[in-house]
Design a protein around this ligand. Structure first.
Ligand code: HPA
Length: 269
């Protein structure tokens, strides 16, 4: 089956389950999936039951699709994403974004846990732009002309108006929200201190193992994007050592602010 046929099959499956014209897709990163529990009139589907869908293997990723109303908006929330480092082809990693577009979403909110290059643990950061350090691109291969052009523009991949709304809302709520450039790597190793020094020179403020492929596919198809990073640790070289437990722990600590912020942003987008 071609990629386009797979998208249509999955779209038809989800529509047959009652999922109709979501306005926004939410991709909830490590430990951030709890927000989906607040979705009202929810239709919940296990990833394992969705045709052509990948499987989540990482701690903190529940592996459920949740559709319903959040802050008065129709959302399609993903509790857990697929990473390239799990061995998923980029077609699988970015498939949910294709399906969000096919179902009629206007925009996606992409969230992640990231290491701070300058920013410290607990910081929430809107992504202004990214650097693709993965050496990969999900659009390599036949272009899906129904979705977008062969050579898509990436100059405003992170929609400036969404970001402006996010900052206005954060200010109103009294939540500190920074902004910066996200550099996307494949993982699964954390970076070396030398790599982080190099990324700092390149202009990166945060580093992580997701988001970039999904945002490339979103931008290709004209989906608007809001990217939010939860900085869970100082990147390598700025602290003793890195581990996934710390990432989960810090996410636990800031997820109250994160959830409040996202709900308030959704109401205003
Ligand atoms: N590096 C890469 N990915 C991450 C990090 C990090 O320091 N923290 C959370 N995700």
């Amino acid at each position: 089956m071609s990629l386009l046929e797979k998208i249509r099959v999955t779209q038809a499956f989800l529509e047959s389950k009652g999922i109709e014209k979501p306005e926004f897709g939410l991709i909830l990163g490590s430990g951030l999936g709890e927000l989906a529990e607040e979705v009202q009139d929810a239709i919940v589907i296990d990833y394992a039951d969705i045709p052509n869908w990948g499987q989540s293997t990482v701690v903190g990723h529940a592996g459920k699709l949740v559709y319903g109303t959040l802050s008065g908006r129709k959302v399609l929330a993903l509790q857990g994403r697929f990473h390239f480092y799990e061995g998923n082809p980029l077609e699988v990693v970015t498939f949910p974004v294709r399906v969000m577009k096919a179902l009629g979403c206007e925009g996606v909110i992409v969230t992640n846990a990231a290491g701070g290059i300058g920013f410290g643990p607990g910081t929430l950061m809107t992504i202004t732009d990214h650097i693709n350090m993965t050496g990969q691109n999900p659009l390599i291969g036949e272009n899906l002309d129904d979705f977008g052009p062969r050579f898509p523009d990436m100059s405003k991949a992170y929609t400036p108006e969404y970001r402006a709304t996010a900052h206005e809302v954060a200010k109103k709520l009294g939540i500190k929200l920074d902004e910066g450039v996200y550099i996307g790597v494949t993982g699964p190793t954390y970076e070396t201190p030398a790599e982080i020094r190099a990324y700092k020179t390149l202009g990166a403020d945060a580093v992580g193992m997701s988001t970039v492929p999904e945002v490339i596919v979103a931008a290709h198809s004209g989906l608007k994007v809001l990217g939010i990073s939860c900085i869970t640790n100082h990147a390598a070289g700025f602290q003793e050592e890195l581990n996934h437990e710390e990432v989960v722990e810090v996410t636990e600590r800031i997820k109250g602010d994160f959830k409040g912020l996202l709900k308030a942003i959704l109401a205003e987008l």
